[in-house]
Design a protein around this ligand. Structure first.
Ligand code: APR
Ligand code: MG
Ligand code: MG
Length: 204
């Protein structure tokens, strides 16, 4: 059953006048601990974009010229500096971008396609390395890669403050949905972090 605003991949591709953007959440498990006692559990890669917003790697794809997955793979080679083939099996959902989004005028509505790919820890560290060295977009469209802190520390540091930053499009909800769906954070821990992230905003 699909949530409101969602389309199947086929329905999305049938929209002739639509623009398409594909983004991917890359993650791995990790046995490492912060300060030797806080389990990091997973490495999830996001990026600081040229517009100062946090988002997932990926970008605009033209389905008339390439498949969605080939286009996403091309965007990843530009933004991350690695050949990282994304396949149809990695597809999670496709949604109409909210009407408030600057890229969605009535004549060219934006459909965003979201993918998730699990990797080995060594591979994801290699992606981070390439993203700041060989990637052509580094320093221009991509200002840096960031890992998502999944823990909540005694004084509240971690996921809560991370979620209080500004995100592009639906990247924040794509992250939160994925944390739950992939069991990367316990629901009660996520709920606590969400509550903290809202409190941070109410103080500014
Ligand atoms: N969820 C929903 N929408 C998103 C997400 C997301 N996680 N990430 C990005 N978008 C939207 C943004 O509004 C963006 O304009 O998708 C559009 C395309 O994604 P980008 O990654 O920004 O596109 P990219 O192809 O990498 O190009 C970057 O360069 O040529 C310029 O202005 C052009 O925005 C473009 C930029
Ligand atoms: Mg790009
Ligand atoms: Mg991009």
């Amino acid at each position: 059953q699909m949530a409101s605003g969602q389309l199947s991949r086929a329905e999305a591709l049938a929209c002739s006048g639509c623009l398409h953007a594909c983004h991917v959440l890359l993650y791995s498990d990790t046995p490492r601990q912060l300060f030797g006692n806080i389990p990091i559990r997973h490495i999830i890669l996001m990026q600081m974009r040229f517009d100062g917003l946090l988002g997932f790697p990926g970008g605009l794809v033209n389905p008339a010229e390439e498949t969605l997955e080939a286009g996403l793979t091309r965007e990843l080679s530009e933004e991350l500096g690695v050949a990282l083939p994304i396949s149809v099996e990695d597809h999670v959902n496709s949604c109409h971008a909210p009407a408030s989004s600057p890229s969605s005028s009535p004549s060219s509505r934006l459909i965003t396609h979201f993918y998730v790919k699990k990797m080995e820890e060594e591979q994801i560290i290699e992606v981070e390395r390439a993203a700041t060295s060989t990637a052509t977009d580094h320093g221009h469209e991509v200002l840096g890669m960031v890992r998502v802190p999944l823990y909540t520390m005694k004084r509240g540091g971690g996921l809560g403050p991370f979620l209080s930053h500004s995100f592009i499009g639906s990247a924040r909800s794509q992250l939160i949905d994925s944390l739950l769906r992939l069991n990367l954070v316990a629901p009660e821990e996520l709920h606590e972090a969400l509550t903290r992230s809202l409190k941070i905003h109410s103080h500014t």
